[in-house]
Design a protein around this ligand. Structure first.
Ligand code: C5P
Length: 293
């Protein structure tokens, strides 16, 4: 008997670097990035229903803002339901219960991770039998970061976000900790991407170049990261709190970088880093010491 309920954790991501290499005719940007999964999670519970309805209840919301009624998890369920055989579609439904902990407007992919987790869970609950590649084709129509989360591994990501190459990080990098700071203000992803000031012609990098960097620098615990985040200079102008977060890291000798389109900023920290000794942050700022998962 297949299960009637499923509970899954949806992790957040960090972009170790994010380069913009071009722009497609439809306005979407060609990028290169290494996406890593961290242990900052939303939790989603899925209960099978046979009334064909898709509903969501939020039991925890730590984002500080109300969530939209039709969020990415609900849209993912609707998109998968539309793929199901017409005779079954009338019956298969789901009650989603969401514990929302990943901040929004952070560049941490929380909504995309919820969508990917929903596709994976419903593929089991509804016994849809789609492959990860088939789910990714649905996922990319929901958001460019969704395919990455479907593969459930750290990855080299290209295209607009749909070309995923899972990568194994060297042990020293994989076990290091990342301190993540999220100011209360956020940057709008479409506004950051559409800025005339955005650098859109960064030279393409290679996985081999990234691998060589991880071997020579991460093992020595150099805290400068590979490449850069091309979205950061634009987001900084729109959201001054990002500069404050970078300065907070800098005051401790840490190298901070924005993830995605912001406004969360992170730094790789040495094993000896003591969070209790960190300078205080203004009220409303979130701070979490994360591991890669
Ligand atoms: O796909 P997603 O909804 O996450 O993207 C939000 C916005 O970010 C898009 O509407 C687009 O303006 C921009 N974007 C882009 N190129 C990408 C990903 C996102 O221009 N590769």
């Amino acid at each position: 008997m297949p299960p009637n309920t499923i509970t899954r954790q949806a992790p957040a991501k960090l972009n170790l670097f994010l380069h913009i290499n071009g722009r497609r005719a439809d306005g979407y940007h060609l990028l290169q990035s290494v996406f890593v999964r961290i242990n900052w999670f939303d939790t989603l519970h899925f209960e099978l229903t046979t009334d064909g309805r898709i509903t969501r209840t939020d039991t925890i919301n730590q984002t500080g803002k109300p969530l939209p009624d039709i969020d990415l998890a609900v849209r993912a369920a609707m998109a998968l339901q539309a793929k199901i055989d017409l005779t079954l579609r009338g019956n298969l439904g789901v009650k989603i219960t969401l514990e929302k902990r990943i901040p929004s407007e952070a560049g941490m992919g929380g909504g995309s991770s919820d969508a990917a987790t929903t596709l994976l869970a419903l593929n089991d609950l509804w016994q849809t039998g789609l492959s990860v590649e088939q789910l990714a084709a649905i996922g990319v129509t929901l958001g460019a970061d969704v395919p990455f989360f479907l593969y459930q591994q750290h990855a080299w990501v290209q295209g607009i976000g749909e070309q995923i190459t899972p990568i194994r990080l060297p042990a020293a990098l994989a076990k290091s900790r990342f301190l993540v700071v999220k100011p209360p203000s956020g940057a709008s992803t479409p506004a950051v991407f559409s800025s005339p000031d955005l650098e859109r012609s960064t030279k393409t990098a290679t996985i081999e170049g990234f691998a060589a960097w991880t071997e020579t620098t991460a093992l020595q615990q150099h805290l400068e990261l590979f490449g850069r985040n091309d979205l950061q200079p634009v987001a900084l102008k729109m959201c001054p709190d990002i500069a404050k977060a970078l300065a907070w890291f800098d005051s401790q000798g840490l190298f901070g970088r924005m993830t995605g389109s912001g406004s969360a900023v992170f730094a790789q920290v040495p094993d000896s880093y003591d969070l209790n000794a960190a300078p205080s942050l203004p009220a409303g700022w979130l701070l979490k010491l994360c591991s890669l998962i």
